[in-house]
Design a protein around this ligand. Structure first.
Ligand SMILES: [Zn+2]
Length: 409
């Protein structure tokens, strides 16, 4: 509640800030550039186009011919007052134009010296703590026969729908349905997880998950467990189960083992894409496209496009996971639960990499630590901890709706 109140106060105190956040994305010329690779020998060269924008937006990329040009449509960037000829490195291309294209869309046109192909298209948060996002496109010269213009796979990016969580947030804002929480007890079946004496992590987590589910259900949430018995569920199937339930949040439960004395206390992990950049690509390759990012139709698109869309969806999801981790640490601190000396950490655990469902992994403690072990077998500690998790979920959910409202006004 305190967070909620703080957010309201911020709104009252800083109407200018609220106004700024409601504006269209703006281009930051100083941090944008066109970079040509290699020496200028009068031939087309590989090009990196970098566009710094004030916040992430959906976009689509394709080529047109006669003359060859790269088209990037954004939903939506306010280009007013920015001069394309002022972009650093502008001379590397024949011409550069941009502006409003039609309602809700802006277009950038890059006139090229010959046929090109798109090699990578990435949108990521701005570096060095700056706000905003960086759209980074790499194109490379190709023979005319390999020049693919609009109508190929990339045009699937046209009419990109909004991420599905918009609708979910709307439903929650109007109280149409309770929040759905996927609870994932780690390990199971032939994978016992950590083992200390006769204690098996898989069994301890299943027991904790049942009690946590009771507390959450009583608090008014809908709970969807990824397993309810001692069976083996592959990591990615756990995400698929959560997605199938249209979960708003996934909480994976673990209590691992480290040599005694090396680790104690609870810690929260959230996805950090920098920890493993290839994970998104691997996931895209392995999964049925249709269930990857609910609401985004990836069928018929190539791998590169799937990865772009996942990056885009995760750009919204990752900060939401991180915010939930913060609420969790706050609630646990308030309840006096002993935390690890680094209570929040980014990691590239598979189970956290849903592009569309905020996800955290709670390391409830270490089975190798006597205090942690005693806690896990103390019904009072488990009840206390479950209630703190429930409180963190409702605080986060309220904050999340406010943030969503702010960024979509
Ligand atoms: Zn584990």
């Amino acid at each position: 509640m305190r967070w909620l109140w703080a957010a309201f106060l911020l709104l009252l105190a800083l109407p200018a800030l609220a106004q700024e956040r409601s504006a269209l994305a703006r281009l930051d010329l100083a941090h944008s550039a066109i970079i040509a690779e290699g020496k200028d020998r009068g031939k087309p060269r590989p090009l990196d186009l970098q566009l710094a924008i004030s916040h992430p937006v959906p976009y689509r990329v394709y080529f047109l011919d006669g003359p060859p040009r790269l088209i990037v449509d954004f939903r939506e960037i306010d280009f007013s007052g920015t001069d394309p000829d002022a972009v650093p490195g502008r001379d590397a291309v024949r011409a550069l134009r941009w502006g409003r294209f039609r309602t809700g869309w802006s277009r950038m046109v890059v006139e090229l010296a010959g046929p090109y192909a798109l090699r990578t298209a990435i949108q990521k948060p701005a570096q060095g703590g700056a706000s905003g996002a960086l759209v980074s496109l790499r194109i490379e010269p190709v023979p005319q026969k390999d020049f693919v213009t609009r109508g190929n796979a990339l045009s699937a990016l046209r009419d990109l729908p909004q991420p599905s969580n918009v609708a979910k947030l709307e439903a929650r804002r109007t109280g149409d349905r309770p929040l759905r929480i996927a609870i994932d007890p780690g390990h199971g079946g032939h994978d016992p997880g950590a083992e200390v004496g006769a204690i098996r992590e898989a069994a301890v987590m299943l027991g904790f998950a049942r009690e946590l589910s009771d507390v959450l259900t009583r608090a008014g949430f809908e709970v969807y467990p990824t397993r309810t018995d001692d069976s083996f569920i592959p990591l990615e199937q756990r995400m698929t189960i959560a997605r199938g339930a249209s979960a708003d949040l996934l909480i994976s439960l673990h209590a691992d083992a480290l040599p005694a004395g090396e680790a104690a206390g609870m810690s929260i992990y959230y996805w950090n894409q920098d920890a493993d950049g290839r994970a998104a690509r691997e996931l895209a390759l392995r999964h049925d496209r249709a269930d990857l990012v609910s609401g985004l139709d990836l069928s018929g698109t190539d791998d590169e496009v799937a990865v772009v869309l996942m990056d885009l969806a995760r750009l919204e999801t990752q900060p939401r996971s991180e915010t939930f981790a913060k609420f969790l640490v706050a609630a646990l601190n308030q309840a006096g639960v002993a935390l690890h000396r680094r209570p929040m950490q980014g990691a590239a655990f598979s189970v956290l990499k849903s592009p569309d469902i905020p996800s955290v992994l709670i390391e409830l403690g270490f089975l190798t630590d006597p205090n942690d072990r005693a806690n896990l077998f103390d019904p009072e500690w488990r009840r206390h901890t479950s209630q703190s998790i429930a409180r963190a979920i409702s605080d986060w959910a309220q904050d999340d709706v406010i943030r969503a409202g702010l960024s979509r006004q």
